[in-house]
Write a protein that binds this ligand. Structure first.
Ligand code: TLP
Length: 344
């Protein structure tokens, strides 16, 4: 048995043998000079999948989001963003640090902001007020436990944005999880946004990299911002190659991660101290509170670790994420560990 079943994230997976082969055999060139055919192939494949004119390969999801916000805004602008979003909470404040814009933070129902509330918060600039130039949406929503934001909600926000000439950026780090869970093609989600970022290095199991997709002039400008941020890379086809495998081969297996997350949720939600509604588990992420007379979330995490189960602490309690490294026996092992700890 392996030492740890690692549920900390869907970022912890190792490249598949096919990815390693693709890396070894990748045809490469200097991508800063536009010479890397493998990167070009990945970018055009990604743009086509998202139904966008162009795409840019970036080292991380955080860089993709920060470039998008920089490209769509000017200093002194305001950006409407959801309260639990990754951009607002987990990306080291690049909105203010890089783009010098301020966030207008709205609450939501499981990641879906109320379109009327969004519209009420759109500002026209004045001597007192910032200009609202961008709305950010996250789907699936990490800190809402992998919730799928409904397409109708995104379309309704799109209508509001269009009425006021405002752009929408989609943090679609896990947009393929949303698509696999809902049966809605990624293109339909992406259509509601001007730009979309998605990660190759999460459930799709590539070792490195994310994609930013959008209109051609936006991507041309984003390419310049990526250079300014130090994110332009040379013979980067070696890491774009597993990204192509990720898009061509790894999407349909996300279903297995979703099924295992559900199985784990159903196996633990009745245990004493676990605050979890298994109905809320829609994709690969399970977030639950711990309200136990003798154990805090930190205690529980430590005891789980002693039994070979790794997970992460989050503000709401504990986060488990299923991923390609987790199989059915790991889920059983986790349920057994929870049961032993919470019934002792
Ligand atoms: N999420 C990571 C950690 O940062 C928490 C994880 O393990 O879930 N958008 C969303 C919705 C994300 O969940 C993440 C990463 C990012 C953007 C940033 O991607 P990276 O880590 O590639 O910069």
């Amino acid at each position: 048995m392996k030492k740890y079943a690692d549920f900390r994230s869907d970022t912890v997976t190792k490249p598949t043998p096919e990815m390693r082969k693709a890396m070894a055999e990748a045809v490469v060139g200097d991508d800063v000079l536009g010479d890397d055919p493998t990167v070009k192939k990945l970018e055009s494949l990604a743009a086509a999948l998202m139904g966008k004119q162009a795409a840019l390969f970036v080292p991380s999801g955080t860089m993709g989001n920060s470039i998008a916000i920089k490209a769509w805004t000017r200093e002194l602008d305001e950006v409407i963003i959801e309260a639990r979003s990754h951009i607002y909470n987990m990306e080291s404040t690049h909105m203010t640090f890089i783009s010098r814009v301020s966030p207008r933070v709205l609450t939501s129902h499981r990641g879906a902001m109320d379109p009327e509330e969004v519209e009420k918060n759109i500002k026209k600039p004045s001597v007192h007020l910032p200009r609202t130039s961008l709305i950010c949406i996250e789907n699936t929503h990490n800190n809402w436990g992998g919730a799928v934001v409904p397409l109708e909600n995104m379309r309704a926000i799109r209508k509001k944005a269009d009425r006021h000439g405002i752009r929408i950026h989609l943090d679609g780090a896990r947009i393929f999880n949303a698509s696999v869970a809902s049966g809605i093609p990624v293109k339909e989600y992406a259509e509601t946004a001007d730009s979309v970022m998605f990660c190759l290095s999460k459930g799709l199991s590539a070792p490195i990299g994310s994609i930013l997709a959008g209109p051609k002039d936006f991507i041309d400008f984003s390419r310049r911002i990526r250079k300014a941020l130090g994110g332009a890379m040379r013979q980067v086809g070696v890491i774009a190659a597993p990204g192509i495998v990720a898009l061509e081969k790894m999407v349909s297996r996300l279903k297995e991660d979703h099924e295992r997350a559900k199985k784990l949720a159903l196996g633990i939600y009745r245990l004493p101290g676990i605050k979890l509604d298994p109905e809320d588990v829609e994709t690969d992420i399970i977030i639950f509170g711990v309200e136990h007379p003798h154990l805090s979330a930190a205690d529980l995490l430590e005891k789980l670790k002693q039994k070979g189960i790794l997970a992460l602490s989050v503000p709401q309690g504990i986060r488990f994420v299923t991923n390609r490294g987790i199989d059915d026996s790991d889920v059983e092992r986790a349920i057994t560990a929870f049961t032993a700890i919470l019934h002792s």
